[in-house]
Design a protein around this ligand. Structure first.
Ligand code: ATP
Ligand code: MG
Length: 259
C-alpha cells in the first residue's frame, strides 16, 4: 500500500462514546438546518464531516461546542448533557477545543501568549508551567521559533498551527476543526494536515469538517456525509469513497474528486 494513503487508525483503537448526538434538530427561522441528527463519536475516533455548502456542517460543530443552541434532541459529552450557561459551560468550552477556518488568534498577543493565556486563566496553571507546556506544544506543531512574534508576522499555515497548539494547551477531550485548511494558500495546506494526522495518530478525538479527501482517507475512522441538514450516509472512508450508496453522495464525490 502507498505509505501516503496507509491509514493511521488501527494503532489507536477506538474507545467508548465521548460525544452522543441524539435526535437533534435546529432551525434558523424557517430554515430547518439540522434534521434529526443521530451519531456518536467514540473516544479516540477521528470523524470527517463532508457535504455541500450550506448543508449544516458548521452548525453541527458549533452545536457540539454550544456556540449554537439546538431546538430539540440532546448532545452529551463524556456522559453529561451540554450545559446552557455559567461555570458548567465554561468547563465544557475548555474540554472541547475548536479550530476555525479563520485562525482567530489574539492579534495583540504574542504566539506564546496565545497558547498560555487560557491555561493560566481557566486551568490555573502558573506562568512558568504554562510557558513550558506552551513551548512544547509550539515545538510539536513546528513553530517554536516564532514564539515571540505577533500572529500577523506569521504565514497562514503557521497561524493555523498556532491555533491548533492553542486548543491543545487546554488538554481538551475533543477537538472540532471546521475547514481548518480552506483559507490557506495551497503550499501551506500540507503543513497543517500533517499536524492533524499527527494528532490523529496520538489518539486525539477529532471531528473535522474538511474537503481534503487525502486527509479523510488517511486519518479518518469514519466519514459522515451531510446533505440538506441530514446525515445521508456514514461509513469508513474506504467504503464511503469506494462505494457511496446514495445518489447525493455519488454526485458530491464526482464534483469534488473531479478536480
Ligand atoms: N446565524 C445564522 N442565521 C441564519 N441562518 C444561518 C446562520 N448560520 C447558518 N445559517 C444557514 O444555515 C445553513 C447551514 O449553514 P452552515 O454554515 O452550517 O453550513 P455548512 O455546511 O457549514 O456550509 P459551508 O460548507 O459553506 O461552510 C445555511 O443555509 C446557512 O445559510
Ligand atoms: Mg461551514
Amino acid at each position: 500500500m502507498d505509505p501516503q494513503t496507509t491509514p493511521v487508525r488501527g494503532a489507536r483503537g477506538v474507545g467508548e462514546p465521548l460525544v452522543v448526538i441524539d435526535h437533534v434538530d435546529k432551525h434558523f427561522g424557517d430554515l430547518h438546518v439540522l434534521k434529526d441528527i443521530n451519531t456518536t463519536v467514540a473516544r479516540g475516533e477521528v470523524v470527517v464531516v463532508i457535504g455541500p455548502s450550506g448543508s449544516g456542517k458548521s452548525t453541527l460543530c458549533r452545536a457540539i461546542n454550544r456556540l449554537e443552541t439546538i431546538d430539540s434532541g440532546t448532545i452529551s459529552i463524556d456522559g453529561r448533557a451540554l450545559p446552557s450557561e455559567g461555570r458548567e459551560l465554561a468547563i465544557l468550552r475548555a474540554d472541547v477545543g475548536m479550530v476555525f477556518q479563520s485562525f482567530n488568534l489574539f492579534a495583540h498577543k504574542t504566539v506564546l501568549e496565545n497558547v498560555t493565556l487560557a491555561p493560566m486563566k481557566v486551568r490555573r496553571l502558573s506562568k512558568k508551567v504554562a510557558e513550558e507546556r506552551g513551548m512544547a506544544l509550539l515545538e510539536r506543531v513546528g513553530v517554536a521559533n516564532q514564539a515571540q512574534k505577533l500572529p500577523a508576522q506569521l504565514s497562514g499555515g503557521q497561524q493555523q498551527r498556532v491555533a491548533i497548539a492553542r486548543s491543545l494547551a487546554m488538554e481538551p477531550k475533543l477537538i472540532l476543526l471546521d475547514e481548518p485548511t480552506s483559507a490557506l494558500d495551497p503550499e501551506m495546506i500540507n503543513e497543517v494536515l500533517d499536524v492533524m494526522v499527527g494528532l490523529a495518530k496520538d489518539g486525539m478525538t477529532m471531528v473535522v469538517v474538511t474537503h481534503e479527501m487525502g486527509f479523510a482517507r488517511k486519518a479518518a475512522d469514519r466519514v459522515v456525509f451531510i446533505a440538506d441538514g441530514r446525515i445521508e450516509e456514514e461509513a469508513a472512508p474506504e467504503e464511503f469513497f469506494g462505494n457511496p450508496r446514495s445518489a447525493r453522495a455519488k454526485d458530491f464525490l464526482s464534483k469534488i474528486l473531479a478536480h
